[in-house]
Design a protein. Structure first.
Length: 136
């Protein structure tokens, strides 16, 4: 935690532009926004990703994302908002302290968050579901 940049922000050792704070989380403006107003919620508990976060902390996050996300949309008058949360380097995670992105979106904007849709072979989807369910 000593060298974690988000822990340093939470401790006030690195300055940030704060939008919201409670006992469980802090929401700040992202320093390199995809669009101006892009915010990130930082869990106060240091957890590298969602899977390491306690349920107690996890359950308190979505109401804050809802509240601050609505505030961003209302303020900017944007057309939409992506709520995005990366887990692992392969997913695009660069800071290994749980955070949730709130990205303002505008019709026809230049932000790219997307994928090329694939399709399943016959029976593959059901098998996929069965395999995942075994690990829940
Ligand atoms: P990730 O790629 O891990 O999902 O997102 C990390 C985010 O943290 C990036 O969007 C990046 O711009 C933001 N970020 C990294 N360092 C700082 C910082 O010192 N201050 C703020 N406000 N945002 C940061
Ligand atoms: Zn941390």
């Amino acid at each position: 935690m000593d060298n974690c940049i988000f822990c340093k922000i939470l401790r006030g050792e690195i300055p940030s532009t704060k939008l919201y704070e409670d006992e469980n989380s802090m929401v700040i403006l992202d320093i390199s926004p995809a669009k101006k107003g892009h915010a990130i919620l930082l869990a106060k508990e240091h957890a590298a990703n969602l899977f390491e976060l306690s349920d107690k902390s996890a359950e308190k996050i979505l109401p804050v994302v809802k509240k601050v996300g609505q505030g961003i949309v209302k303020t900017l008058g944007c057309d939409g908002l992506n709520v995005l949360q990366n887990n692992g380097e392969a997913s695009g995670q660069t800071v290994f302290h749980l955070h949730v992105h709130m990205i303002p979106r505008y019709k026809g904007d230049d932000v790219s968050i997307g994928w090329k849709p694939l399709s399943y072979e016959e029976g593959e989807m059901a098998l996929m579901a069965e395999n995942i369910k075994k690990n829940l």
